[in-house]
Design a protein around this ligand. Structure first.
Ligand code: SAM
Length: 305
C-alpha cells in the first residue's frame, strides 16, 4: 500500500530555509535523494500491517517521507537535534496522523515513551502492535553503542524488543556493516559479528556510496537488516558471550591454543569440550560454537580475564 503525502517543500529547500547546517558532532550526513530512500524502504520488505516503525535520527526527514509513502501507518521518530523540530512538525501535520517526532537521545530514551506515542497516533485502532521495525540512517559516531544496546534489549526482550516480531533495518559505515554481517572465516569478523549473529540473521540489503550524502562522509555506507532468529544461538547471557568474544578478538592473529594458554592453561580443555579446534584463529570459529563455550563458562562460574 502506498499513501502519498501532500506536496511538501523539498528536503533540500527546507534545510536551506531553516539553515540546518550539518553538525559533525551529531554525525549528520543527510540523504537528499528520494530514489535512494525509497530503495532502502523497498529493500527492507517491512510487513506494515498494524506495525510500529521507529526511526532513529530522522534529521530533515527524507527517509521518514519514504516510510510514510510506502504505507507505514504508525511512525515514531527520535531525533536528538531540536533544530529539526519545525521540519518534523510540518511532516507530522502532513502525515494524516501517522507520524510523530520525539526530540530525545535514542541511547537514553525510555522505549515505553516511544510505544505510547505510537499508540496515540490518530489513524489506528487502540490495540497492541503486531510488529516493530527499527529503521534509521544511524549517526555513525554512536551506531555501534546503539546496536549493542539494542541487542542486549533483544536478548532480554525489553522495551520495543518485547514485541514478538521485530526487525532492524539500519545504515552503518561500510566497515561496521561488514563486521556485523561477516560469518566465520570472513576477514572482517569480530566481536560485533558474534554478538549480532548469536541473536539475529544479519545481512546487507543495500550499499550507499558516500557521494549520496550531504555533506559527503569519508566512507561508503551499507544498509544492514537484522531479523531475530526464531531459536537464538545465544545460550548464556549476552554479557558473557560479549566478554569471551572481546578476549578472543583482542588477539585475533593468534591461535586459540595460544590465547587460552595466555589466559589460563587449565581452561584449554573447554575448547575440546565444545569441539573447537585449538589451532583455529578467533575469526574461524562459528558463532554457534562460541555460544556453547560461553554457556559452559557461565554455568561453571569461570572468570574470564
Ligand atoms: N535520517 C536522516 C537522513 O537520512 O538524511 C539523517 C541521518 S544522520 C546520519 C543521523 C541523525 O541522527 C542526525 O539527524 C542526528 O542529529 C541524529 N542523532 C545523532 N545522535 C542521536 C541520538 N543519540 N539519538 C537520536 N538521534 C541522534
Amino acid at each position: 500500500m502506498s499513501l502519498r503525502l501532500p506536496k511538501l517543500p523539498s528536503v533540500r529547500d527546507l534545510t536551506r530555509i531553516y539553515n540546518l547546517r550539518a553538525n559533525q558532532q551529531l554525525s549528520q550526513n543527510f540523504l537528499m535523494d528520494t530514489n535512494i530512500t525509497n530503495k532502502i524502504v523497498g529493500m527492507a520488505g517491512l510487513e506494515l500491517d498494524n506495525a510500529l516503525c521507529v526511526e532513529v535520527g530522522p534529521g530533515p526527514g527524507l527517509l521518514t517521507r519514504s516510510l510514510l509513502e510506502s504505507g507505514a501507518q504508525s511512525v515514531v521518530a527520535v531525533e536528538k537535534d531540536p533544530r529539526f523540530r519545525p521540519v518534523l512538525d510540518q511532516l507530522q501535520d502532513a502525515s494524516g496522523g501517522r507520524f510523530r517526532a520525539i526530540v530525545g537521545d535514542m541511547l537514553k530514551i525510555d522505549h515505553q515513551d516511544i510505544v505510547r506515542c505510537g499508540m496515540e497516533l490518530g489513524s489506528r485502532e487502540p490495540k497492541p502492535f503486531d510488529s516493530v521495525h527499527l529503521v534509521g540512517n544511524l549517526p555513525f559516531s554512536v551506531a555501534t553503542p546503539l546496536l549493542v544496546q539494542w541487542l542486549h534489549q533483544l536478548a532480554e526482550r525489553r522495551g520495543i524488543f518485547a514485541s514478538p516480531n521485530v526487525s532492524m533495518t539500519l545504515m552503518f559505515q561500510k566497515e561496521v556493516g561488514d563486521r556485523i554481517t561477516a560469518i566465520h572465516s570472513e576477514p572482517p569478523r569480530g566481536r560485533l559479528s558474534v554478538v549480532a549473529q548469536s541473536l539475529c540473521d544479519a545481512f546487507r540489503i543495500y550499499s550507499v556510496p558516500s557521494s549520496a550524502f550531504v555533506p559527503r562522509p569519508k566512507v561508503d555506507a551499507v544498509v544492514v537488516q537484522l531479523r531475530p532468529l526464531s531459536t537464538p544461538l545465544l545460550a548464556s547471557s549476552l554479557g558473557t558471550l560479549e566478554h569471551l568474544a572481546r578476549m578472543m578478538f583482542m588477539k585475533r592473529r593468534k591461535m586459540l591454543a595460544r590465547i587460552f594458554k595466555d589466559w589460563d592453561p587449565a581452561q584449554i580443555a573447554l575448547l575440546e569440550e565444545c569441539e573447537i579446534d585449538p589451532t583455529l584463529r578467533p575469526q574461524d570459529v562459528p558463532t554457534v560454537k562460541l555460544c556453547s563455550l560461553a554457556k559452559i563458562i557461565e554455568e561453571r562460574g569461570i572468570r574470564l580475564p
